[in-house]
Design a protein around this ligand. Structure first.
Ligand code: BTN
Length: 318
């Protein structure tokens, strides 16, 4: 009900009488008063003037479901949002929801994670109210081997959204690091649940440093606030990321995988560089020459042989 009240207040400008809201939402004036009180406690600035009614004057910097869903206008991404003040990891919750059969597009968002995880067993620092920490459930018709394209697609969507909303040129380091200059702005973690050769669902995890100040950033990290010098609206950026993912995902479903790869190439900083790639069992050095249609990185070694890497850590040599 509080979401509906907020939606109503946001759509109208100026004061709206309590009578009009109660009538529209079919609740008593007393129930309305209680909800307004709870919204104020959650941080919404709502002024109440006798004979005029209520007016929304400010919204808190929180990624509440209502803030994400208001004017999102996507077809399926973010139609269901699970919001948490604190969790261990949004990935665990999304995986649990995926197993329970929650639909494609379901989103899990948290203000902080006390066990946020990154790739290759690393942790993901998630200071409260500073970043975007989300996990998204997708149910693509892809084989497990083909799902790495989703990581590339998400990286592209983040760069597009950062450009559109913040006006900064974020770049991608293969496979999934989002960079501003040479520093890490965000990362993507893709986990999948599959049965033999069929994907049941994929969870895309996104961690993005938005309003982090220097003291809440890990070494080698940066944030949008550091680059812009001002606090940014996380909800607005998050909405644009979701819109872009939906658009690019539709492109992928239309069998236009090469369009995604082409976009990825335009944002990447890896191709053409001399790289050292640290994989699980071995490491190699050479020239990053391209990515193939599965999203694998092609590295030409000094011997002249080209090796395809599906997962690993890339270090730029010079
Ligand atoms: C990486 O660069 O290693 C990937 C980082 C992914 C972090 C996000 S934050 C939201 C989601 N929940 C997690 O525990 N991890 C991902």
């Amino acid at each position: 009900m509080q979401d509906k009240i907020l939606d109503f207040l946001k759509r109208k400008q100026g004061y709206i009488s309590g009578e009009e809201i109660s009538h529209h939402l079919k609740i008593s004036r007393q129930a309305l008063w209680k909800h307004i009180h709870q919204l104020k406690e959650a941080g919404y600035g709502i002024t109440a003037v006798p004979h005029l009614g209520y007016q929304l004057v400010s919204s808190p910097d929180r990624l509440f479901a209502s803030e994400i869903m208001h004017k999102l206008h996507t077809k399926f991404i973010g139609k269901k949002v699970y919001y948490f003040d604190e969790v261990a990891s949004t990935m665990d919750i999304a995986i649990h929801l995926g197993i329970k059969g929650e639909p494609e597009g379901t989103l899990v968002v948290a203000e902080t994670q006390n066990k946020g995880r990154g790739r290759l067993g690393r942790s993901w620092s998630s200071p409260k109210y500073k970043g975007i920490y989300l996990s998204l459930i997708l149910r693509p018709k892809l084989s497990p081997q083909a799902t790495s394209i989703l990581t590339l697609l998400t990286a592209v969507s983040i760069c597009e959204a950062v450009k559109e909303i913040i006006g900064l040129e974020a770049k991608i380091k293969w496979p999934n690091d989002i960079l501003l200059g040479s520093k890490k702005l965000g990362g993507i973690l893709t986990e999948l649940t599959a049965e033999t050769d069929e994907v049941r669902f994929v969870v895309i995890g996104i961690g993005l440093n938005v309003n982090n100040t220097k003291n809440s950033l890990v070494a080698g990290g940066t944030s949008l606030k550091e680059a812009k010098g001002e606090n940014l609206n996380r909800a607005e950026l998050l909405q644009e990321i979701l819109r872009r993912i939906e658009y690019n995902y539709a492109t992928l479903q239309e069998k236009a995988k090469l369009d995604i790869i082409e976009k990825w190439r335009s944002f990447n900083t890896t191709l053409g560089k001399r790289v050292k790639v640290i994989c699980q069992r071995h490491q190699l050095e050479g020239q990053a020459i391209d990515i193939d249609s599965d999203g694998g990185l092609l590295v030409r070694k000094d011997s002249g042989l080209t090796e395809k890497i599906m997962s690993g850590d890339v270090v730029y040599c010079r």
